[in-house]
Design a protein around this ligand. Sequence first.
Ligand SMILES: Nc1ncnc2c1ncn2[C@@H]1O[C@H](COP(=O)(O)OP(=O)(O)OP(=O)(O)O)[C@@H](O)[C@H]1O
Ligand SMILES: [Mg+2]
Length: 219
Amino acid sequence: MSIVVVGGTKGGVGKTTLATNLAVMRSLAKKDVLLIDADEQGSAADFTAVRNETVAGGAGYTAVKLYGAAVRSEVLRLASKHDDVVIDVGGRDTAGQRAALSIADIYLIPIFPGSFDIWTLEPVAQLVIEARAFNEKIQACCLLNKADPKGADNEEAAAIAKETPGLTYLDCPIVNRKAFRNGAAKGLAVVELKPSDSKAIEEINRLYTATFDIQKVSK
Ligand SMILES: Nc1ncnc2c1ncn2[C@@H]1O[C@H](COP(=O)(O)OP(=O)(O)OP(=O)(O)O)[C@@H](O)[C@H]1O
Ligand SMILES: [Mg+2]
C-alpha cells in the first residue's frame, strides 16, 4: 500500500499526466487504485470522465475529488479500502497539497528543464521539510518531465535537483513526446495508446517501477 503524491509548486509540468498514467498502470497491474484529484481545475477528474467513456469496462480505478484538509482526513479513511492511492495536486502551495504531504509515502515532483533562471526547487524543498516534521516516512523525488531527448538543459535541471537538500533525484526522465498529449486527450495511459510509442512506454515504465519499488525498499 502506498500513497503517491504528484506535486510541486509549479504549474504545467506534467503532474496530472504522470499521476493519471501511474494510476492507470497500477490498475492494469490488478491493484485497486484510488485516484484523488486535489486540484480545483479538476484535470484528473476530467481525464477519468473521458476514460470512463472510451474504455470498455470503465476507468479501472476509483476517482474522487477532494480539497484542502479533506485530502488528509478522507484519504486516511479510504486508504485501507484500496491497494494504492495516487494524489494529483495543483501547481501551487495549497492546503490540499500540504494535507497530501502529511500522509504521503512518495512525493513525485516533475520538473521541466529550462527556465531555471526564473525559479528553483527551494519552495518545494521547504514544503518537504515542513511535511517531514510530522510525516517522517515521506520520500521526495524529483524527475524530469517534458525533457529534451538529451542535452544541456536536462543536465542543468538534474544538477539543480541533486543539489537541493531533502530531495532525491530520480534518474528516469520523461521526454516531451506527443504520445503523452494524445493519451491524455483520449483518457488513455501511454501504455494503452495505439499506435504505441515504445520510447514513451519505456520511460513511463521506468518511472512506474522506480515509484513502486521505492515503496518496497522502505517497507
Ligand atoms: N512528457 C510529456 N510530453 C508531452 N507533453 C506533455 C508531457 N507531460 C505533460 N505534457 C502536456 O503538458 C501539458 C501540461 O501537463 P499537465 O496538465 O499534466 O501538467 P500539470 O502539472 O498537471 O498542470 P497544472 O499545474 O495546470 O495542474 C498538457 O497538455 C500535457 O498533455
Ligand atoms: Mg494538473
